[in-house]
Design a protein around this ligand. Structure first.
Ligand code: TRP
Length: 332
């Protein structure tokens, strides 16, 4: 059976963008793929300037909200990347077979490094560590959003190259499992939803807080007056209906928008109902974890132990193939 691996940056509590873009899919995959491996990639989060206290809080917030969102530590291994040192070990090995040009061509590297005066080598190596994350578990399916396709291509190249160089069919070529939900735009309607842009709704926010953010959110820019017919297909709020409302509601909302039967506020109120429906149980679970933080720590410890078992096995085999195992007197 396919082995699932995925990783997420420790950006603090989840918001509806990374929930719909990836994590909801992770949760659903657990039913068909017990033994999935999900990792909070803290070593990936230190390639730029950061405050250790903030990182500490964000690792916690991410681990807690993944559990609240429905990652079940009985079905899956959830752990912190830096708790399993084999990630960085395999990453070093992969740097020795990765062409520099392939790394310099990565769009994410080009975007980020173009704004920097001094570029940390770790930023360039970011996708090598990502390949190691995946291949360490010989995972072949990686549920991610579209923006990770290029990084996964590199992971496949790395698997192929290592196998060819050492003449073994060891690493499978991991393929992306794209999330059915499209890229979720921020509430400003301008850019992808992201915490650093402040255009998100947190997964754990109260109904009232959600409404305060939905109310001013951008809709179809051509719909100026309530009497103007709207275009659901270009409206960001309609995209959210597709994620949070049942199908019959989606159809009704679209019809009311096109015929200017409803104004945007009416539409947003119905969206709020759908969001409250889905997010309330998540918020409840998060409150329970706040009251009993040891459950988060236990889940991470169990997850790291399970992950490490597989990781050590892989590293042992890799070192053996590469001539890095026990010291032996050369014979002959
Ligand atoms: N680069 C991914 C992101 O920014 C996070 C990540 C790190 C990842 N390692 C991974 C995703 C391995 C999937 C598999 O979202």
């Amino acid at each position: 059976m396919a082995r699932i691996f995925s990783g997420i940056q420790p950006s603090g509590e989840l918001h509806i963008g990374n929930y719909l873009g990836a994590v909801k899919n992770w949760v659903q995959l657990q039913a068909t793929h017990p033994g999935a491996i999900y990792c909070v990639v803290d070593y990936h989060a230190i390639t730029g300037a950061y405050d250790p206290a903030v990182l500490r809080a964000r690792r916690w917030g991410m681990a807690k909200s993944l559990l609240a969102a429905g990652i079940d530590p009985v079905l899956s291994a959830l752990f912190m990347q830096s708790d399993v040192p084999e990630h960085t070990e395999l990453s070093w090995i992969f740097t020795t077979i990765t062409p520099l040009g392939d790394l310099e061509r990565q769009t994410q590297f080009k975007d980020k490094s173009s704004k920097m005066e001094s570029i940390p080598a770790g930023l360039l190596m970011y996708p090598v560590l990502q390949s190691a994350d995946i291949l360490l578990y010989r995972a072949d399916r990686v549920p991610v959003g579209e923006d990770q396709i290029q990084h996964l291509e590199l992971a496949r190249d790395t698997a192929r190259k290592w196998n060819a160089k050492f003449g073994v069919e060891y690493f499978p070529e991991p393929k992306p499992l794209l999330t059915p939900a499209r890229r979720i735009m921020g509430l400003d309607g301008n850019a992808k939803m992201s915490k650093s842009l402040g255009n998100t709704i947190g997964l754990l926010e109260s109904d009232e807080e959600i409404w305060q953010k939905l109310r001013p959110a951008v809709t179809d820019p051509q719909r100026v007056r309530k009497s103007d017919p709207g275009r659901p297909d270009v409206c960001n709020i309609y995209q959210l209906h597709k994620a949070f409302s049942v199908e019959s509601t989606q159809e009704h909302v679209a019809e009311q928008c096109r015929t200017a039967g409803w104004g945007c506020m009416d539409c947003k109120k119905v969206l709020l109902e759908g969001m409250v429906q889905e997010l309330t149980p998540i918020r409840r679970r998060s409150e329970a974890l706040d009251a009993e933080p040891a459950r988060v720590l236990d889940a991470l410890a169990d997850g790291a132990r399970a992950a490490r078992g597989i990781a050590q096995e892989t590293l042992g085999e890799v070192r053996e193939v590469m001539g890095l195992n026990a010291v032996a007197v050369p014979t002959g």
